[in-house]
Design a protein around this ligand. Structure first.
Ligand code: ZN
Ligand code: ZN
Length: 283
């Protein structure tokens, strides 16, 4: 019995609805699924409703985008209280911060007589996490730069005339927000981030796990992070990071972890009932 603890839906940059995601998970023979959309828990209730009576356990989840210096760090939260007002506000500010930043960038560009349409930009980003790559692509498309790379270099990179500092949270703040909402925090795909010192530092902040099993992790990285999980007393989680697309992207169920991991995460979260003993920290 396996669990896929990292799947995106249309509520962030995936292509499937939560109900479609649940259907694929059932077809794939999974026992448990966590929808972990970027900076939103909006799809979790739909997934839970769709999973009723079909023998699939759904775990409320989220993938929070944090920044450590110039690097993106993703922190997964499991068994979070999806009705927690502080968590919803924390996630709303992250999403709104991105929109506000894009608006200010467009204002700077307009002052240079480069006019981009905000609605066109958000349409282009669709449900994706809106960012400078979308602005760069639009600039190139409308002839303001030869290529998106050129647009980035001349206008959008740090120090360039249209650069605007982002509203970001640190990995510590992301972990704290997940803990405040009663969840268990897990460092996502460390092999794609390469900030092992940051991972280690978060253990003191209450990090519960590390995503060891991920489609883009090499066998060496799986071994490395499994060893690190054992060393640090972290739960070794896994998931496909599927965005639902057919073809090149990872499929739902492509990377999984055993069901004991789900129970270990539950025991680390506030979702455990008060009568239960504290569970083992490592799996
Ligand atoms: Zn991620
Ligand atoms: Zn992801």
């Amino acid at each position: 019995m396996r669990a896929d603890l990292h799947v995106h839906t249309r509520y962030s940059d995936g292509t499937l609805t939560p109900a479609e995601t649940v259907a694929v998970a059932v077809e794939s023979g999974l026992a448990a699924l966590s929808i972990t959309d970027h900076d939103t828990v909006a799809g979790t209730a739909e997934a839970a409703a769709a999973a009723e009576g079909v023998g699939l356990i759904t775990i409320p989840g989220v993938e929070v985008s944090a920044r450590e210096g110039p690097y993106d760090v993703h922190i997964l939260g499991y068994f979070v209280d999806t009705a927690d007002a502080d968590l919803i506000e924390f996630l709303r500010l992250l999403a709104e911060g991105r929109l506000a930043r894009a608006r200010v960038i467009l204002e700077r560009l307009a002052a240079m007589d480069i006019h981009l349409d905000f609605d066109e930009l958000t349409d282009r980003a669709a449900a994706h996490v809106l960012g400078r790559p979308h602005i760069a692509a639009l600039l190139a498309e409308q002839g303001h730069a030869a290529t998106p790379q050129e647009a980035f270099r001349q206008l959008l990179r740090k120090g360039a005339p249209a650069y605007v500092e982002p509203h970001t949270v640190t990995p510590e703040e992301a972990v704290a927000a997940i803990l405040r909402a009663g969840g268990a925090a897990v460092f996502a795909h460390p092999g794609l981030i390469g900030l092992d010192h940051c991972l280690r530092g978060l253990v003191e902040c209450g990090l519960s796990g590390v995503e060891v099993y991920h489609p883009y992790h090499t066998p060496d990285q799986v071994e490395r992070y499994a060893a690190m999980a054992a060393e640090l007393g972290l739960i070794a989680t896994g998931g496909s990071d599927s965005h639902g697309a057919v073809g090149s992207a990872s499929r739902i169920g492509q990377a999984t972890c055993p069901m004991e991991v789900v129970e270990a995460l539950r025991l680390r979260s506030r979702a455990r009932s008060s009568s239960e003993e504290e569970g083992p920290r490592a799996v």
